[in-house]
Structures are given as structure tokens and as C-alpha cells.
Design a protein around this ligand. Structure first.
Ligand code: NAD
Ligand code: SER
Length: 341
């Protein structure tokens, strides 16, 4: 008998850390972790298996399903926005071909064991492409259907994969003589910039926020690559995990769409600097704008309209900006660096 499992790709990343820690507390959930890099030793006891490998490796995926029966997939593996802009061809391979590999795997598994396979996909506010800074200010909280004109390879990859997932779930092989559902139950969340207190990001464009906080906590100088007034939606990592597992457990009948915005708080870079300096008076933060990277941030919305998520699966963040900084980020990060000192 193959073991029924939840597969997490990109398991060693920032979201993977939070998700594995969360699922470890849920009874009867066996996690198989997959990542290019070896899984953090601290997470290993919480997983039934931790595979090191590439989501583009078809042999590896075949070996995986010969041993495990996959009932849900959190497909987190991706190259993030800044990294993708430096290597767009590789980004396309990992972010798009990697995703269709996992969708195919989900389809095969559903056919094999006869139950739908939930496919949780972390999309991003990078799917939006606002045409100008004035439009960004005027638009405020954008809805899922607005401004779907990303300017980055990463944003294009995420938007296309949202459509691929919707295709697998709603329209798969619509011209087949004997049409049957693919068995893939695709659900995506367009995350704002996530900020974790226990991991440091790499390769993203919203990274200036967590980088500023972690540098401030260590008393290291930080040079911020966007202007003081640059504004993005952000979310504390525990709310990111809450959003993923809440959407995963929502009854299918309550979901009218496959893709949802989730909001939490929106801050300018100056507002983040002020909070960091208040918490760590020794912080040395200056602004040295990198125009191409800052321009990407200008195309992303200042905030998102998450009323569909609130209405259909009862989404509510636990952390506003005050609680995120005062009860999660500042104490946890301070404690982390104090213990390392
Ligand atoms: P991360 O960079 O910390 O983690 C990604 C993980 O994927 C890494 O551990 C990496 O080794 C792994 N990976 C990359 N290519 C791989 C491959 N070919 N095969 C196997 N593993 C591979 O990123 P994260 O912040 O944990 O993000 C996880 C997901 O959430 C990504 O899809 C990202 O696009 C999405 N997301 C993140 C944010 C954010 O602010 N962190 C916001 C929106 C969406
Ligand atoms: N926060 C991510 C990034 O900056 C967007 O998904 O790449």
C-alpha cells in the first residue's frame, strides 16, 4: 500500500518553513517535502520524507508517485520576481513547465485513487501591472479582474499558471468524446509581500521590507532600493499560512472562482523604516533607489480588494500592521539575533 501524503514543493523556502510547522500540528497528515536544496534539519522530523530534487525532473516525479499516493499539493517551488528577471528563460521553465508537471501529476493521481487532488498555488500581486504611479494612487485596492498586464517574467508566469490551473479544474479536455473531470481542484491565492520573522528572503522584489527589519535588528546598515513613498501590500507569514490552509479546507461548493486576493496591511517604505527605527534605535537605513527594481514595485498595487475571499471562505487576517510588528516581527526577530549573539 502506498502512503497517502500531502506533497509540498519548494518546501525549504520561506512559506515551506511555516507550512510544514503548521501541518506538523494537524493529526493524520503525512508531508512529503521536495526541494532543490536539502530540507532544513529542524523541519525533517515533521515530514514523512524529504526529497532533494528538481520539479523539472520527470524521473524524480515518477519515482515519487511510485512510492506515495498524493492527495493534496502545495506547489510552492518557483523563482521569485527579481531572480526571474535576471534569468527569464530559466524562470519560465521552473515557474511554468514546473507547474504543468505538477498539474499533470495531480491529474494522474486523481485518476489513480479516484478522489480529487487539491492543488494550492501561491500566486502574487506581481500578476498586476499598473500603468503609472498616478493610476496606482487612484486605484487603491484592486480587484482580481483589474490590471492583469504584468511587466515581469515572474508576473506573466504566475498569471498564466493561474489560467492553466483553472483550465485543468474547469475545462480539461473539453472536446474528448467521453469527457471526464481532470480531478484537479486548483485554488490560488495572490499573495502580497510576505514577511517572516524566522527566515530571510532572497530573489524577490518586495524583499526590501524584510531586509530592512532583519538588518535593523542586527544593527547593520541597510540601503533600500525603492523610494520612501513606494507602497505595497504586505502580510505577516502566519497569516500567509492561515490563508493557504483556510482556502485548502473551504468546501468546493462555496468557491465561485479559482483565484483570490488576500489583504492584510499596506505600508510605504518610509512607514516601514519608521517602525524599524522605533524598535531598533541603532538601525541605519537610507534610501538609494535602484530605478529598474523600483519601477517594478510601481506596477504592483498599493493594496488589494479581498472581498471575494472574505465572502466565500471567510478570510480574515489575524495581523494588522501594528500587531504584525509589535507581536510577531519585532519580538521574534529580536529574540533570534539575541540568542545568536
Ligand atoms: P522561496 O524562494 O523562499 O522558496 C522557494 C523554494 O523553491 C526554494 O527553497 C527553492 O530551493 C525551491 N525551488 C526553486 N526551484 C526549484 C525547482 N526547480 N525544483 C524544486 N525546488 C525548487 O520562496 P517563498 O517565499 O517560500 O515562496 C514560495 C511560493 O510563494 C513561490 O511560488 C512564490 O512565488 C510564492 N509567493 C511568495 C511571496 C513572498 O512574498 N514570499 C509572495 C507571493 C507569492
Ligand atoms: N514577494 C514576491 C517577490 O517580490 C512576489 O510574489 O518576488
Amino acid at each position: 500500500m502506498r502512503k497517502p501524503v500531502v506533497l509540498i514543493t519548494g518546501a525549504n523556502g520561506e512559506i515551506g518553513h511555516g507550512l510544514i510547522a503548521h501541518l506538523a500540528r494537524v493529526p493524520d497528515v503525512n508531508v512529503v517535502a521536495l526541494d532543490l536544496k536539502p530540507l532544513d534539519e529542524r523541519l525533517r522530523p515533521s515530514c514523512a520524507a524529504a526529497l532533494v530534487g528538481d520539479i523539472l525532473d520527470a524521473n524524480l516525479l515518477q519515482r515519487l508517485i511510485s512510492e506515495y499516493e498524493v492527495h493534496a499539493i502545495y506547489h510552492l517551488a518557483a523563482l521569485l520576481s527579481t531572480r526571474s528577471e535576471y534569468t527569464p528563460d530559466t524562470a519560465h521553465r521552473v515557474n511554468v513547465e514546473g507547474t504543468i508537471n505538477l498539474l499533470r501529476l495531480a491529474h494522474e493521481q486523481a485518476r489513480w485513487h479516484g478522489n480529487p487532488v487539491k492543488f494550492l498555488f501561491p500566486s502574487s500581486v506581481a500578476v498586476y501591472g499598473l500603468p503609472s504611479a498616478e493610476t496606482k494612487v487612484k486605484s487603491g485596492r484592486v480587484r482580481e479582474s483589474e490590471f492583469n498586464f504584468p511587466t515581469t517574467m515572474y508576473g506573466c508566469n504566475k498569471l498564466y499558471c493561474e489560467h492553466l490551473g483553472r483550465y485543468f479544474t474547469r475545462h480539461y479536455r473539453q472536446l474528448a468524446a467521453e469527457r471526464s473531470a481532470s480531478g484537479v481542484d486548483f485554488r490560488a491565492i495572490r499573495f502580497p509581500g510576505l514577511i517572516s520573522a524566522v527566515t530571510v528572503p532572497a530573489g524577490g522584489t518586495s524583499d526590501y521590507a524584510p531586509e530592512m527589519i532583519h538588518a535593523g535588528a542586527q544593527g547593520q546598515p541597510y540601503s533600500c532600493f525603492v523610494a520612501e513613498q513606494a507602497r505595497l501590500p504586505f502580510m505577516a507569514m502566519p497569516d500567509g499560512i492561515k490563508a493557504l490552509v483556510s482556502l485548502a479546507s473551504a468546501p468546493t461548493g462555496s468557491l465561485a472562482q479559482c483565484v483570490y486576493n488576500v489583504g492584510s496591511f499596506s505600508l510605504s517604505a518610509a512607514e516601514i523604516r519608521d517602525r524599524v527605527v522605533k524598535a531598533f534605535p541603532g538601525a541605519k537605513i537610507r534610501f538609494e533607489v535602484d530605478p529598474p527594481r523600483a519601477a517594478i514595485v510601481d506596477t504592483w498595487p498599493a493594496d488589494v480588494d479581498d472581498s471575494a475571499a472574505r465572502r466565500e471562505w471567510n478570510w480574515r487576517p489575524d495581523y494588522d500592521a501594528d500587531r504584525a510588528f509589535n507581536e510577531y516581527l519585532i519580538p521574534t526577530i529580536s529574540d533570534y539575533y539575541r540568542r545568536r549573539a
